[in-house]
Design a protein around this ligand. Structure first.
Ligand code: GUN
Ligand code: FE
Length: 424
């Protein structure tokens, strides 16, 4: 048994009442056991969190860890040119080692910036080595190999045979899904409609139902991508996915920048999860997604940084800030307020991965996935009436993260934090 006592913290719980309290958090093994004042259990590790803020770990619902090493490769291009000229040739050049290190580098950046769960889309080959990195690192993840069995523009090395794409995915699922009591799960990753045959997509639909796992794909990101889908299928992305029976509560759709009313209705009615990637949507000149519109109709929305080429460092603080500020000139100052964005980054992400009973908030019984922030280093006039969530969204950086804990294990700790380790 291992235990951690976090003392005297400001705790942003994100429980049903979104309470912010001051007190202690007692963790035994992988779970939060008790939250309260002056708790007196003995623990293997005591963390003095006076003056610190504890938040639920961020849940990022769209990332390509295989692209971490390609940072600096999205500059001044839009989606289809970027994929053809840069990303697909680079993904085709990956080997077992580079996939592993690309994942490890990305995971390091995620943990440093307070992300405790990642939904990861890998490339066609060597996904086994990304799973090894995820397993060794201790982060929580839903991951899968990308599937692409179509497209003249796709390098020949990445173009798959439908049957082997499905078989390789199932082999990975059977090996890794449920690893370490479910810390790692499989998610099928058909890349986007443009690169997948109907046979592949309908098989993915059936396999996702059979194994009860997520399907993670891109949709309606860019005007040219939408044109390609309309030209071939005579339908818009989400309508086509619905037509094939894929639009359901297990589907995570990255981007959704250009949804029409019919697509929004399908997303809402079928319980599809949207992963909003504001940094990537800006850098690839894709557009500004109508998040206020999706939120108005109570669609499920969460946040992701996409790959490092689109945002540089997989940092949820950047994504939260962008998600809030890009809407303000269009919809006014309160359209995407700090709480809405913070909710998307935490409990919203937990809902996207179907784990809202396990992660996304700080409550007894939940998994101990959290980050400890030091917001007092800000060179600001002390103003206690400011909501700490607003300070996090608009001012915090990853340098303010002092510790990241996943499944009750401290995976990142900075020397400024006072801790006592002892045998009990
Ligand atoms: N659409 C298809 N593949 C990709 C990708 O790798 N990144 C982004 N942003 N969009 C995509
Ligand atoms: Fe992406």
């Amino acid at each position: 048994m291992s235990s951690i006592m976090i003392k005297n913290a400001e705790i942003i719980t994100m429980n049903a009442n979104e309470e912010i309290i001051t007190g202690d958090i007692y963790i035994v093994d992988d779970r939060i056991v008790e939250i309260g004042h002056s708790l007196s259990h003995s623990a293997n590790k005591i963390i003095d969190a006076a003056g610190r803020t504890v938040i639920p770990g961020f849940v990022q619902t769209h990332i390509h860890l295989c692209q971490t090493l390609f940072r600096g490769q999205a500059d001044d291009l839009e989606l289809m040119d970027w994929l053809k000229q840069r990303i697909w040739p680079l993904e085709a050049s990956h080997d077992e080692e580079s996939i592993y290190y690309s994942a490890m580098l990305g995971i390091g950046e995620l943990l440093q910036s307070g992300t405790t769960t990642v939904v990861d889309m890998e490339t066609v080959h060597h996904t086994e080595y990304a799973f090894q990195a995820l397993a060794e690192s201790g982060i929580r993840a839903l991951a899968g190999k990308v599937m692409m069995d179509k497209g003249n523009e796709v390098p020949i090395r990445l173009r798959e045979n439908t049957k082997s794409s499905l078989q390789e995915s199932v082999d990975l699922l059977e090996k890794w899904h449920g690893y370490e009591s479910g810390r790692i799960q499989y998610a099928f990753c058909p890349r986007f409609v443009v690169s997948c045959t109907e046979e592949l997509l309908t098989n993915v639909r059936d396999l996702s139902a059979k194994y009860n796992v997520r399907v993670h794909t891109h949709a309606s990101e860019n005007a040219n991508e939408i044109l390609l889908v309309e030209k071939e299928h005579g339908m818009r992305n989400v309508v086509y996915l619905d037509h094939l029976g894929l639009a359901n509560e297990r589907l995570i759709l990255a981007h959704c920048v250009w949804l029409d009313e019919e697509e929004k209705k399908i997303i809402k009615e079928r319980g599809v999860k949207v992963s909003h990637c504001p940094g990537s949507n800006l850098k690839l000149a894709s557009g500004v997604a109508d998040l206020p519109g999706l939120l108005d109709q109570h669609a499920h929305v969460s946040l992701g940084a996409d790959g490092a080429p689109c945002n540089n460092n997989l940092d949820m603080f950047n994504e939260m800030r962008l998600a809030a500020i890009i809407q303000k000139p269009i919809h006014g100052p309160t359209a995407m307020n700090a709480r809405t964005v913070f909710r998307m980054a935490t409990i919203g992400g937990a809902k996207a991965v179907g784990m809202e009973k396990e992660i996304g908030s700080i409550e007894p019984g939940k998994k101990a996935d959290l980050a400890i922030l030091n917001l007092n280093d800000f060179h600001v006039y002390p103003s206690y009436d400011i909501d700490p969530i607003s300070r996090i969204v608009y001012s915090a950086t990853r340098a303010d993260v002092e510790s990241t804990i996943v499944n009750g294990k401290v995976l990142m700790e900075n020397r400024q934090l006072k801790t006592i380790d002892k045998k009990i």
